[in-house]
Design a protein around this ligand. Structure first.
Ligand SMILES: NC(=O)c1ccc[n+]([C@@H]2O[C@H](COP(=O)([O-])OP(=O)(O)OC[C@H]3O[C@@H](n4cnc5c(N)ncnc54)[C@H](O)[C@@H]3O)[C@@H](O)[C@H]2O)c1
Length: 437
C-alpha cells in the first residue's frame, strides 16, 4: 500500500457498529442468586468488594448469605474509596493479587464496580498502572484478552457500570478523572435488583439518577459513528463509537423512564415502582452509552471532580471532600446542550419532548432546541435540590483555565461531541455553568 493510499484510508470514515451486549438479570431479589451463579460457573473462591458505608447494608449482607449458603469461599474487601483514585485502585489491586481469587463480586455503586474492574484487569494482566489508562493521559494499551469473571450488583441507579467496559478513577497528582475502557472489562453478569437502592441517601438518588439522564442524552446526541475515522482492525474500534441506531433505542427509553420516575424515586424511597424503573433506566442507558459513548457533560465533569476542595454533600458519610459524580456532570449539562443544539437540533428537540418540554414555542425555529433541552434540565435539577451551579460547590471564575486544561485531554469523550469544543468554547461553557437560576 502506498503512503498515499494509507493517507486516504486514514481519512475514511467508519461504516460499522459493534454492539457489545451485556449479560444482565433484572428483578427484585436477584441478589440472592449470586451464590448459585458462582456454583454454576464452577467457581469456588471469590473476593467480594464494597465500600465501608455499605459493608453492613442489606445488599452486601444478602450477597454474603448467598455465598455462604452455596459453599463459596470468600473474603470481603470493604475499602473501596467513594470516587476512587489511582491510589485506592492500587490498594485494591494489591489485595486482589494476594488472594488467588477465581472471580470477583462487586456490590455497590459505580465506585465499587469500577474498582473491581481495575483489580480484575491488573490481576489478569499485570502491567504498569498507566499502561491501560486512556491516552493521552495513559498509554491506552488495549486489554490483552478476557479477564476473570466479575459479577456486578449495583446499589445505585446509577452509573450503568454493571453494563459497561469502563472503569473511572481520579489521577491524584493531576487532579483529573480518567479511566480504562475496553469491552473485555464488561462484567460477566449484572444482577440488577431494585431492592438494593431503597437505602440510597437522597443526594445519591438525585445525583446518580441525573447521571443516568446525562448518559442517555449525551449518547443520543453524540457525533454519529459514521463520522469517526475507520479503525485499522476491528479490534481497534473503540467501545465508545458514537451515536448509532442500536444505542439510540436504549438511550431514548432511558430518557423517558428517568423523566417519568426520577423525581418520584427521590421523594419517596418506598415507591417501589419508581425505584425499579430508575434502576432499569440506569442499565438501559448503560447499554446505550456503553456502545455509543458520552461527550462534553462527562468530559467537563472530570476536572470538576478532580479539583474538589471542601465540598461535603449532605447525607454522604465520607472522610474526604467529594462531588457526587452525577452532580459534577449535570451542572455542566445545560451549557453543553445549548452549545451542541445547533449540531443536531432534531435530536435535541426529540430529547426535550421526551422530557416533557412544551415545543409549541419552537415552531420552525428548530435551532432553539438546545436551549429548550437545557431548560428542561434546569427544571429537573431544581426539583431534585441540586446545587445552583459550579459556584455553589466551591468554584469561581478564577478556576476556569484549570477546568479547561483538565477537559482538553479527555479525548475519549470530548471527541464525540457533535460540535467541536476548543479551549475558548470550553471556557465559555464553564462560565455559563457557574450559576443556573
Ligand atoms: N464505569 C462506568 O461506566 C461509569 C459510569 C458513570 C460513572 N462512573 C463512576 O462511578 C462513580 C460514582 O458511582 P455512583 O454514583 O454509583 O456512587 P458511588 O459508588 O460513588 O456511591 C456514592 C455514595 O452512595 C453510597 N451508596 C451507594 N449505594 C447505596 C445504597 N443502596 N444505600 C446507601 N448508600 C449507598 C456509597 O456508600 C457512597 O457513599 C464515579 O467514580 C463515576 O466516575 C462509572
Amino acid at each position: 500500500m502506498s503512503i498515499f493510499e494509507i493517507e486516504i484510508r486514514k481519512m475514511e470514515k467508519d461504516y460499522a457498529i459493534q454492539m457489545g451486549s451485556s449479560n444482565l438479570r433484572f428483578g427484585p431479589g436477584v441478589t440472592r442468586e449470586v451464590g448459585m451463579d458462582l456454583v454454576d460457573m464452577a467457581i469456588k473462591r471469590v473476593l467480594l468488594m464494597t465500600d465501608a458505608n455499605l459493608s453492613d447494608s442489606f445488599p452486601v449482607q444478602t450477597a454474603i448469605e448467598s455465598l455462604t449458603k452455596n459453599g463459596i469461599e470468600f473474603e470481603v474487601f470493604n475499602k473501596v474509596r467513594v470516587e476512587p483514585t489511582d491510589i485506592s485502585f492500587k490498594e485494591a489491586i494489591a489485595v486482589a493479587q494476594e488472594g488467588e481469587y477465581e472471580a470477583f463480586v462487586a456490590v455497590g455503586g459505580g465506585s465499587t464496580i469500577d474498582t473491581a474492574k481495575a483489580a480484575n484487569l491488573y490481576v489478569s494482566y499485570p502491567n504498569d498502572f498507566l499502561a491501560y489508562v486512556n491516552a493521552p493521559i495513559g498509554q491506552g494499551k488495549p486489554v490483552p484478552g478476557p479477564v476473570k469473571p466479575l459479577i456486578a450488583i449495583p446499589t445505585t441507579a446509577g452509573t450503568g457500570s454493571e453494563t459497561t467496559g469502563v472503569s473511572i478513577f481520579d489521577l491524584t497528582d493531576r487532579h483529573v478523572k480518567t479511566g480504562i475502557a475496553h469491552r473485555y472489562l464488561k462484567p460477566t453478569l449484572a444482577l440488577v435488583d431494585p431492592e438494593n437502592t431503597r437505602t440510597m441517601p437522597p443526594v445519591v438518588a438525585a445525583s446518580s439518577g441525573l447521571d443516568v439522564l446525562c448518559h442517555a442524552l449525551e449518547s443520543y446526541t453524540a457525533k454519529p459513528f459514521n463520522q469517526r475515522p475507520l479503525p485499522e482492525r476491528p479490534i481497534l474500534r473503540p467501545a465508545y463509537q458514537g451515536s448509532n441506531p442500536i444505542s439510540d433505542i436504549w438511550s431514548l427509553r432511558a430518557i423517558e423512564l428517568v423523566s417519568q420516575y426520577l423525581i418520584r424515586a427521590y421523594q419517596d424511597p418506598d415507591d417501589m415502582e419508581a425505584r425499579s424503573n430508575m434502576i432499569l433506566a440506569s442499565s438501559m442507558a448503560g447499554m446505550g452509552f456503553g456502545n455509543a459513548g458520552v461527550h462534553l457533560c462527562h468530559g467537563m465533569s472530570y476536572p470538576v471532580s478532580g479539583m474538589v476542595r471542601d465540598f461535603y454533600p449532605d447525607g454522604i458519610k465520607t472522610d474526604h471532600p467529594l462531588i457526587p459524580h452525577g452532580m459534577s456532570v449535570v451542572l455542566n449539562a445545560p451549557a453543553v446542550f445549548r452549545f451542541t443544539g445547533s449540531a443536531c437540533p432534531d435530536r435535541h428537540l426529540n430529547a426535550a419532548k421526551l422530557m416533557g418540554a412544551n415545543t409549541s414555542s419552537i415552531g420552525d425555529e428548530i435551532e432553539d432546541a438546545g436551549p429548550l433541552l437545557a431548560n428542561e434540565l434546569i427544571k429537573i435539577m431544581q426539583a431534585l435540590d441540586v446545587p445552583n451551579g459550579l459556584s455553589a460547590i466551591g468554584f469561581t471564575e478564577a478556576d476556569i483555565p484549570a477546568l479547561v486544561e483538565g477537559t482538553l485531554p479527555q479525548h475519549r469523550v470530548t471527541k464525540l461531541s457533535p460540535r467541536e469544543a476548543k479551549a475558548d468554547d470550553l471556557a465559555i461553557l464553564f462560565k455559563d455553568a457557574m450559576q443556573w437560576w
